[in-house]
Ligand binder design. Structure first.
Ligand code: ADP
Ligand code: MG
Length: 468
């Protein structure tokens, strides 16, 4: 599969996000853009020279690891630094290139920068068909069978009246963008010269506004009229944007008349698009309307297995099943968990086991709080150690009671959303410092004592089976 700079950088960002504090991540990594990718050489565009120095000084290690794990050991990293010319002209930034192999010591100063023109995309569409979104890696399940099959049909025969427009709707993270991009890629695979433009409704709107400002509305319309396939993502954004809807209406008619394929995604069916011109709604129903549902358990299993194996990882079935049970909402969330799992495995060399899956999921997926509550935990722990729940809540300092009590507090902290105070309350009104102490003691013991660790694992396993 062909890798693009944005694809590679996106993957890196996901890994970096795992290990860098959110505020730092936002400040230092989000403003970086992928500039180019040639063989294994990734060039990153950074906003200022200072930016580059900061990253080099503080995050070179993280950055290098992420890039090498995505591109392999021979990866090279270049920076492209935007330089403010100081004359207020910002649409033609100049840049300097800094090249360095990943294993070289950090550069402290910028030396002899190479000044070059910034390369810009097409004026009216920065179309980006993500090459990694294909049908081949779009896992099929009951939730998407019809949408997927008809999407393939459109990809094979674009412009066919019965499927033009192809309108897909569904909730967030269910795979709309992936699917419509896959159709575009399929069309391109059959005919490399086909002009396929993908863009979000929001980008379309912004490009249109920009064109209007520059008195280039005619050029804008003419540009879109000559393409072969237009893919507009999240069309609900057009709601209430009168002139955008008008220009889109005109464009839609032109493309449709000329048997050019139109592909649209939305968060709801055409008739429920509030603030959308009725004549557009009517046209959206001319072709094929399909929807995506929440994935069922089997599909979630298949998707998780597929994503893990894409990362070259095999894990035991109970881990995959645990993940599939815990994440019901959408596929984006599933991906998030798989990513954390993979990243944690490669950065901190943790075992990719059930415990890691639990830990990650308890952080990411809000639903976990409904899986177990403190009562379940106390009961399970007491069963295991053969002590009574009353003892756990009482004042006893006997070791036979203290250990189960601490374990129960630890598990309550890890597996419920209760705060320290609430947990203390549930254990006979103890204060939050006691809970902190318990959690720390258990963590220490988990690291030192394998038989203790096995006990805790056994208890969490029992809890797990209770919770479903
Ligand atoms: P939406 O546009 O509906 O919000 P996306 O298309 O962005 O959702 O999907 C979210 C993530 O889940 C993407 O990374 C996508 O690759 C992945 N995904 C969605 N559906 C599938 C599927 N059926 N098989 C594999 N990955 C999927
Ligand atoms: Mg989307």
């Amino acid at each position: 599969m062909v890798k693009t700079e944005t694809g590679v950088w996106d993957e890196c960002l996901k890994m970096i996000q795992e290990v860098v504090p959110p505020s730092e991540f936002q400040q230092w990594f989000l403003p970086i853009a992928a500039y180019s990718l040639e063989h294994d050489r990734l060039t990153l565009e950074v906003p200022t020279p200072y930016f580059y120095e900061y990253i080099e000084e503080h995050y070179l290690d993280v950055l290098s690891k992420a890039i090498s794990s995505v591109l392999g050991p021979d990866a090279m990293l270049d920076y492209y630094v935007i330089v403010d010319k100081g004359n207020g002209i910002t649409d033609e930034p100049l840049g300097m290139n800094i090249q360095k192999p990943l294993n070289a010591p950090p550069l402290k100063a910028l030396s002899q920068p190479l000044v070059q023109e910034h390369i810009k995309g097409s004026q009216f569409a920065e179309s980006t068909l993500k090459p990694s979104y294909t049908f081949e890696n779009y896992v099929e399940g009951d939730c998407n069978r019809l949408a997927r099959a008809s999407g393939i049909a459109v990809g094979n025969k674009p412009g066919d009246n019965s499927m033009n427009p192809y309108f897909i709707y569904g909730g967030v993270g269910l795979g709309k963008t992936h699917l419509i991009t896959a159709i575009g890629n399929q069309i391109r695979a059959h005919k490399a010269s086909a002009q396929v433009i993908y863009l979000s409704a929001e980008s379309f709107y912004r490009n249109f506004v920009e064109a209007t400002k520059q008195n280039k509305t005619n050029e804008f319309v003419a540009f879109y009229k000559q393409i072969d396939c237009l893919i507009i993502d999240d069309i609900q954004f057009f709601a209430g944007k009168e002139s955008t809807m008008m220009v889109f209406f005109d464009l839609f008619n032109h493309l449709h008349l000329n048997n050019k394929q139109i592909i649209i995604s939305s968060d709801c069916p055409p008739s429920e698009l509030k603030g959308m011109h009725e004549r557009l709604q009517t046209r959206f129903k001319w072709g094929l309307t399909v929807d995506l549902h929440q994935p069922d358990f089997e599909t979630r299993l298949a998707i998780i297995s597929r994503k893990l194996s894409d990362h070259g990882i095999t894990v035991s079935l109970d881990v995959v099943e645990y993940m599939a049970k815990a994440i019901e909402t959408n596929i984006r969330e599933i991906e998030g968990v798989v990513w954390s799992f993979v990243a944690r495995g490669s950065f901190s060399r943790c075992n990719l086991d059930l415990n890691l899956a639990r830990e990650i999921i308890s952080r990411i997926v809000t639903k976990v709080e409904t899986l177990v509550d403190v009562d379940d935990i106390q009961e399970t722990v007491c069963d295991y150690f053969n002590v009574s729940v009353e003892d756990l809540k009482a004042k006893s300092r006997r070791k036979e009671i203290v250990v189960p009590r601490q374990i129960a507090m630890f598990i309550a902290r890890e597996y419920t959303k209760n705060n320290l105070k609430q947990i203390g309350q549930a254990f006979g009104g103890r204060d939050h410092a006691t809970v902190i102490h318990a959690v720390d003691s258990v963590k220490d013991l988990l690291n030192q004592d394998p038989s203790f660790k096995r006990s805790v694992e056994e208890i969490t396993k029992r809890l797990q089976s209770k919770s479903h």
